[in-house]
Design a protein around this ligand. Sequence first.
Ligand code: TXA
Ligand code: MG
Length: 338
Amino acid sequence: MKTETVAATLRRGSQTATKERAVELLRKGEVVALPTETVYGLAADALNPIAVAKIFEAKERPRFDPLIVHLPDEQWLERVATVDNHARAQIKKLIAQFWPGPLTLVLDRQSIVPEIVTAGLDTVAVRMSSHPVFAEIISAFGKPLAAPSANRFGRISSTTAQHVFDELGGRIPLIIDAGPTAHGIESTIIAVHDNKIDILRRGPITSEQLAEFGEINIVSAPKDVSAPGQLPSHYSPKTPLRLIDNAESFALGANYRVGLLAWNASIPEERFEAIRTLSQRQDLREAASNLFRCLRELDELDLNLIVAERVPAQGLGAAILDRLERASQDSDIRDTPE
Ligand code: TXA
Ligand code: MG
């Protein structure tokens, strides 16, 4: 299949060829890669199981991994999900504060949502993207879109249209290019019950921000849901990755090509084959938005090892660390230097 990348030149309410093309493909039950404020998503009609199956095929994603349903507007919320009366006030507050934006809520599913979307679970993950291009296309489409990150299963999420092409070129008809995504990491996923907020995946909305809305409970690895975004190994570069506290004290074996994903500014340059600094001014937002691009760049250099310096664990840093920890999980470090 030929994959076309088209630059988004959308203006609110404008009828452009790009938007029409995307909407037409979605109506036909095809998949389209779209920018969101977090990472690029691979979108399809959430209410059309055959269209959704194409997402799983293109990504080689196992069917047991449920998708996030993106809503055109808040009216759609209670058509796809049930909002529990006990949690209603709290959920409404969270939505008022964070939607549209990078917060995904796991709620009870309505039967209109096909089983393939939720992988047979009786819950559904929903969010509303704030990206103007995504918002315009989904509102023209007029129905919810299922959209996982636009990468092959288990790999690093795409934060540019080029990344999407590298991952899925030849497998999907259209990529809408709106430049690098703002947040650079995937949405925060929560479930709300008994006044408590379970954080199922850390993301741009931090636990500090959520703490105003209820008692926080960080759920590390759920046993009853086979949800790879929450499994320890995910977001993996091909190159083994190891987390370290500080590059200054990292000792190298001879003949190893090691790349550094740096947080700290003063770096012993000669010891590394390549260095990518997450943020020169140590700004966690900038670091999050650069994270996956830096990882991809290092991953393309045929290194023996990538070492990543730990970032501070507060605020957005916790979400960055979470991705780095997962990326380091299935790394085979047996033949890399100690
Ligand atoms: O920022 C994002 O959330 C991006 C953009 C494209 O919206 N999407 C994204 O989707 O990251 P994906 O499929 O890569 O990750 C969704 C995660 C998966 O780990 C999945 O297991 C989890 O959400 N998930 C989906 N439905 C769930 C449910 N009902 N209960 C628990 N986890 C769920
Ligand atoms: Mg993903």
